[in-house]
Design a protein around this ligand. Structure first.
Ligand code: SF4
Length: 206
């Protein structure tokens, strides 16, 4: 189908804002897994939908659920340290799960399978050049999506992986979830090293 046929059949392409606003409404009304019963606020994502860089975490925590903002609380403070001069409003931050799991339980298969389509649609709207997967759940799902072999986050972190998305070539950059430094203080140095490489990548140094 050429672009004129496409236009005649589907009408003009939606803007990023329109597509994201439709997706937001869907997520806010979503009941596809049991997390809708206990969530206060589904968290779609924060930051610029025009960013080249998308950070993907695991799920909203207790404070994210209350404040409806990504990475607040202790993990958020660590993320801010890691970002250094990168401004949050210049990147886009979201999670694999959009609703807070009670007692921060690890995402289960049913929850991930119910929710992951929203993340893929966000990628299609934002069309990032760099996707930063934070922690094993986000990395596992994103590697699967792009046909990359997942091993262990401890082996993959801090490295660049090239992949082809429907919207062009992308780089996937896995790291640990910043929350890990809340209970394993030695991880902060590893995270800082990874994010230094990430900032270099964003600034075109590689
Ligand atoms: S976690 Fe995802 S699939 Fe489950 S209710 Fe929330 S938005 Fe829907």
């Amino acid at each position: 189908m050429d672009s004129w046929d496409k236009f005649r059949r589907e009408g003009p392409e939606k803007s990023k804002e329109e597509s994201m606003s439709e997706l937001k409404k869907e997520i806010e009304n979503c009941r596809k897994c049991d997390l809708f019963k206990t969530r206060r606020n589904p968290l779609v994502g924060d930051g610029s939908i025009y960013s080249r860089v998308m950070l993907v975490g695991e799920s909203p925590g207790y404070y994210e659920d209350i404040q409806n903002k990504a990475f607040v609380g202790e993990a958020g403070k660590i993320l801010d340290v890691l970002l250094v001069d990168l401004k949050r409003e210049d990147i886009y931050i979201t999670n694999v799960l959009k609703c807070h799991p009670p007692r921060n339980h690890n995402p289960n298969r049913q929850e991930i399978d119910s929710c992951i389509g929203y993340l893929y649609r966000q990628m299609g709207i934002i069309k990032p050049k760099i996707i930063v997967s934070l922690g094993k759940y986000a990395t596992d799902e994103i590697f699967k999506k792009f046909g990359l072999p997942f091993s262990r986050i401890s082996e993959l972190h801090g490295k660049m992986f090239h992949a082809n998305a429907e919207f062009g070539k992308i780089i996937i950059f896995p790291s640990f979830h910043p929350a890990v430094a809340c209970y394993r203080s030695e991880m902060i140095d590893i995270l800082k090293r990874d994010f230094k490489r990430l900032r270099g990548l964003i600034n075109g140094e590689y």
